[in-house]
Design a protein around this ligand. Sequence first.
Ligand SMILES: C[S@@+](CC[C@H](N)C(=O)[O-])C[C@H]1O[C@@H](n2cnc3c(N)ncnc32)[C@H](O)[C@@H]1O
Length: 395
Amino acid sequence: MTSRATWPIEPHTQAKHNLLRFYLDAWFPILSSRNNPHVIFLDGFAGPGIYAEGEPGSPIVALNTLMSHSHFSRMSQTKFTFILIERDSYCFKSLKGQLRDYWSDFGGKPNNVFIHPINNEFRNVAEQTVTATQGRLAPTLAFIDPFGWSGVPMATIRDLLSTRKCEVIFNFMYDSVNRFVADETPSVAHHFAELFGTEGMEHHHLASDRATEDRKTFLRDLYVDQLRTVGGFRFVTPFEVINQNRGRTAYFLVFGTRSPTGFDRMKGAMWRVDPESGCRYSGDEGDQLSLFPPQPNLGPLKTAILDRFAGTTVGVNRLEQFVVEETRYTSTQYKRVLKDLESEGSISCVSGRKKAGTYPPRTVLRFEPLKDSRHPAPPNHSNDGYSSSSSFSSE
Ligand SMILES: C[S@@+](CC[C@H](N)C(=O)[O-])C[C@H]1O[C@@H](n2cnc3c(N)ncnc32)[C@H](O)[C@@H]1O
């Protein structure tokens, strides 16, 4: 039942929660195992903790991912803090109630888990946190999920998450940005300059003349580029979320990290939500339990690998680094492509392995030169199926 504090959940919101859950499932144990005594999950726009029919909100999704984790008992040396920020007093009250119920159902809160619900604005709390920690926040995943485009300055995200192990999942509310970005009213324009971390009005002028698809790509890439260059995250990638009821893009979940491992794991989470292309939720994925579940399209990865390495000799470690850092594919996917290439005779093993068709880290491979113009794209502008090469590392 919808109340003043809750609203019905939509399928694309569940896709957003799935992405969060899949990533945290990998993130909690990795951070915990790497000698981090303290890790933080910060939900900047936490919501009421529950949807109209009882579905969990993002704070409960995150908490439950930790508490139900098969490795939780092995993470007892790590202190986990959940900072849950919610401005609206009705939503905040609901959130506190949900947390109470959660621990009561769970049978009590473990000693290494700390919950800080805060009834305030994200921006205020972020600024106070920067002052209190002198810009040295413990390793943090910040989930920043606003309703719109105000109150989320790029500079706030940069300052809050400036330490090496901090990461962000930012909900870039494309549909709402798109409706207002051309508005030149100074009070509106000011929010957009803050959102993008741009000095002036360039996003208005550059966005307003474009047709729909072009504009979408432009605004997405502008945010992605700014998160990298201004926000300071070396690896940034967006995941498009379609609102099927409205038949258009609702938002992009933009992930930023400085860690190749984090980047790899987030892309893995994205492939779990979208098994075919790993970069968008369209609402058509409902038949995953069918006899023929969708398979990843590895064609663009094969093309990208050949574009980069044809005619060269390369170690598997370097190849994996390329896949992880410069394509939208993951470290678990490229070996299938290598097998195909080897059976076609496009690559051969120079050294470093005992068994054909396997690619342990020290394997060195020789790539045949390309015989025709099937793969015309130059390195770094590869046909990796992703229209923005800038969405990955610039290096
Ligand atoms: C999109 S909802 C969050 C949903 C939640 N993250 C989830 O996935 O279940 C946005 C929430 O942010 C709250 N909010 C709006 N502006 C805020 C601000 N400046 N700071 C903190 N919370 C805010 C709203 O009251 C609303 O509950």
